[in-house]
Design a protein around this ligand. Sequence first.
Ligand SMILES: C[S@@+](CC[C@H](N)C(=O)[O-])C[C@H]1O[C@@H](n2cnc3c(N)ncnc32)[C@H](O)[C@@H]1O
Length: 257
Amino acid sequence: MTDKNKLIQDFNLNLICELHLGLEQQGPGSSEMTLKALSFLVNPDKISRVADLGCGTGAPTMVLARNIPGNITGVDFLPDFIKIFNDNAKKLNLQERVKGVVGSMENLPFQKEEFDLIWSEGAIAGIGFERGLNYLKDFLKKDGYVALTYESWFTDERPAEIEKWWVENVPEINTIPHNISVMQKAGYGLIAAFVLPEKCWTDNYFVPREAAGKALLEKYAGDKKVEDFIAKMEHEAELYSKYKQYYGYVFYIGRKI
Ligand SMILES: C[S@@+](CC[C@H](N)C(=O)[O-])C[C@H]1O[C@@H](n2cnc3c(N)ncnc32)[C@H](O)[C@@H]1O
């Protein structure tokens, strides 16, 4: 689910949840890109406390857990995702170190300076990139890392159709240099920023989501609300195919100064 406050307002959150529940990941990404982001951290073996915010059912979290030591807390506001997250941790025998909790990124149940690393793939737009970076800083130890994927423009100019769609869904969307400067102003040194490859959107997300959408249409045959919802999802995938040279997810990795 690319974060869409507007979609969440427009459509029943239950439908968004049901569509994504059986998917391996709930947004664009891949284990390779999670590992690539992790590779920029100095001394990853010293990391002892990690939060994964907007963790969904935990695809990136489990990759982190298998590659760094320490305890990871996943937070998501959808209880059904957290249930699967905790089941997944158990299946991988990670339940002693990896725990999912239902909670809001707006109001995190953590102590100040608790974390060495705060991870968040595809969820920061829900609380705002700038606001989120400022808010999260308090929960990081000095020299702690933040690693986020966030919707970003690749060019200064965009066709009106795609500009309008994104501004409606993520009003704060901006270019990579702008986002880097926001991160720096919020008190982080830039460690790395890189673009997620197209496959993270298509093969890893839109393709399985389309299949899940078809199943939902069959289950709720004739339900206009479901049909509108799936049409909106399909439109999003079509726009990506048409305008992918103009935007995508960027991994931003910063270190608290
Ligand atoms: C695009 S999905 C990404 C899930 C997972 N990180 C992944 O990459 O597969 C975004 C997730 O953030 C969660 N989310 C969005 N806004 C949130 C908020 N304010 N508090 C907690 N969770 C939130 C959604 O429920 C969803 O699971």
